[in-house]
Design a binder for this molecule. Structure first.
Ligand code: BGC
Length: 558
């Protein structure tokens, strides 16, 4: 991303340069899993030389400086890193930059810092590109999350804060779901505010700084064809209503805000589960449903997604991320390539182009871990690959991050831009609490090993409804690893996935037995127990018992 900030140098740190500081910082890493090299380039975006500079930034993890760095004097105190220019590079002439670097060790997640300051003034990161002041509105940055705040939905925040213990997470950013035509003006089950009012709030929260507004576009004709819990308001053939009454009015509102507020970066998640369903849940597969066969035959998922992409893609500050299922669904070879091909087809018909796709999101509203720390797909026990275990069952991936990165390569090879970024919904995939493994399982046989190692606590990776034992996952984080634009909370924790018994409602939602804890399954979860919590309300409605369990089992713990 590339935004510069002009500050007044209020908090000078022992430098002679009391004039206004305007700076941008480009931070890149070469990461080998347990350590990394940080390369930092500081650009002087001002009109006078920076005579002496002190760079400060913070990590959110356990990154530790190792050695003394180069081309600068590096030091660390807790999570705060300080670098001072010395010798020949202490002076940065106007319009020029200085580079410095150091090695670090870490474990867990290596999230890139999101803010840098020079001589106490906050910088943008990486000047000279699109997004700089003076550029026409509409130039997209590479990763919208870097250097930007993210919208806290006041509706969700109030519900979280009202729960015992909920204030610990009530100011985390979550997405706004547009799940019906009425939601555009009147809000949805989970949030009572309309889109324009949310955007007004976002402008206020942004306070003139780069700012991400996360929304989900979720109202296709014949929605949720492989399940019933999130069936929607539009019938399978109502593609014209989808375009005219749903996408067009949303696009009008986004266009208006985009023109007036170029600092708002609208991350638009496009139609959860829709295209993957057309790959895996259609005839002649055993997992087919008549509804998915119908949506494949009538073409309305592809037409709806391509229409949404082209309309939103035409708005300069909208970043479209298409939903790409999750590791326990699309990770098998048969599903992976076919899905990437279908995504490419949808992104190149009806006026859409691959330029309308900024990236993809995995694990939306699902429960698969971001990473499985205690086993990998490459492990074997007594010569038998973990791919042959009952749990992995020949999947190519064991977690969402490896899947996201692998699928990203597949998407690029099918014709998507090499700059696409991935998002991972980490709202409910933490799997902490007392049942969380603390190391690899026994090496007696491949099943014992995988069962003992895996964090994913479900009966089967195809289970998706209100999973018992789940916890909050990684807190929202910008640029956690190369290729991943962010860990984001798209499914608002505490909102149900579906009712555990039939509840009459005006939202079009059905009753799916995958949300019934007594259900023994179907071909799509290989006839396993559903693993769902009891007494759940309709999809999108507040489910206090689940919220409490998510807090208890949060990982990282709260
Ligand atoms: C529901 C939507 C809801 C969303 C977010 C979906 O499962 O169908 O109505 O807005 O979850 O909670």
């Amino acid at each position: 991303m590339a935004v510069s900030a002009l500050g007044t140098g209020g908090m000078l740190q022992g430098t002679a340069n009391a004039a206004a500081v305007a700076c941008s910082v480009d931070y890149t890493t070469n990461d080998w899993g347990s350590g990394f090299t940080a390369n930092v380039s500081i650009s002087n975006e001002g009109t006078t030389a920076l005579d002496g500079w002190t760079l400060t930034y913070s990590y959110t993890g356990n990154q530790r400086l190792s050695g003394s760095g180069w081309n600068g004097v590096w030091s660390q105190s807790g999570r705060n890193v300080t670098v001072q220019g010395n010798g020949w590079n202490a002076n940065i002439p106007a319009g020029r930059s200085a580079s410095t670097g150091a090695n670090f060790s870490y474990s867990g997640t290596n999230a890139a810092p999101t803010s840098f300051s020079v001589n106490g003034t906050v910088c943008g990161d990486e000047g000279g590109g699109p997004g700089d002041p003076g550029d026409p509105p509409g130039d997209r940055v590479d990763n919208p999350y870097v250097g930007a705040g993210v919208y806290v939905n006041p509706d969700w925040s109030a519900k979280a804060a009202a729960e015992p213990g909920g204030s610990a997470i009530a100011d985390e950013p979550t997405a706004v779901w547009l799940d019906s035509i009425g939601a555009i003006t009147g809000g949805s089950a989970g949030n009572s505010t309309g889109l324009a009012d949310h955007l007004d709030n976002a402008v206020e929260q942004a306070n003139g700084q780069p700012f991400v507004f996360q929304m989900v576009t979720y109202n296709l004709p014949g929605r949720d064809c492989a399940a019933l819990a999130s069936n929607g308001q539009l019938g399978p053939d109502e593609i014209d209503r989808y375009k005219n009454e749903f996408i067009d009015p949303i696009a009008d509102i986004l266009q208006e805000y985009s023109a007036a507020h170029p600092n708002l970066r609208i991350v638009n998640i496009i139609e959860i589960d829709s295209l993957p369903n057309l790959v895996t849940n259609v005839s002649p597969r055993e997992t087919f449903t008549p509804e998915c066969d119908e949506m494949k035959a009538n073409g309305n998922y592809v037409e709806g997604v391509s229409y949404a992409l082209s309309q939103f893609g035409a708005i300069g500050t909208v970043y479209n991320y298409v939903d790409a299922g999750h590791y326990g669904w699309i990770g098998w070879d048969d599903n992976l390539t076919a899905s990437a091909q279908l995504f490419h087809q949808a992104a190149t018909t009806n006026g859409a182009s691959v330029d309308d796709v900024h990236g993809f999101i995995v694990n939306t509203a699902n429960y698969g871990p971001t990473t499985e720390p205690y086993y990998t797909i490459n492990d074997s026990i007594n010569g038998t690959s973990v791919r042959q275990s009952d749990w992995v069952d020949w999947n190519r991936y064991v977690d969402n991050q490896s899947f996201a990165l692998g699928f990203r390569q597949e998407l690029i090879s099918q014709g998507f831009d090499s700059g696409i970024g991935m998002l991972i919904d980490t709202s409910r995939n933490g799997w902490g609490g007392p049942d969380r493994p603390t190391g690899p399982g026994p090496q007696t046989d491949v099943n014992a090993y995988v069962e003992g190692s895996r964090l994913d606590g479900r009966f089967q990776a195809g289970n998706w409804c209100n999973q018992s034992g789940a916890g909050l996952g990684e807190r929202p984080t910008a640029a956690p690893v190369s290729g991943i634009d962010a860990y984001a909370w798209i499914k608002p924790p505490g909102e149900s996935d579906g009712a555990s018994q039939y509840i009459e409602n005006p939202e079009g939602k059905g009753f799916d037995r995958m949300c019934d804890p007594t259900y023994e399954g179907n071909p799509r979860n290989n006839y396993n127990m559903s693993g769902a919590l009891p007494n759940a309300p309709l999809a999108g409605h507040w489910f206090s018992a689940q919220f409490q369990e998510l807090l208890d089992n949060a990982y990282p713990p709260l």
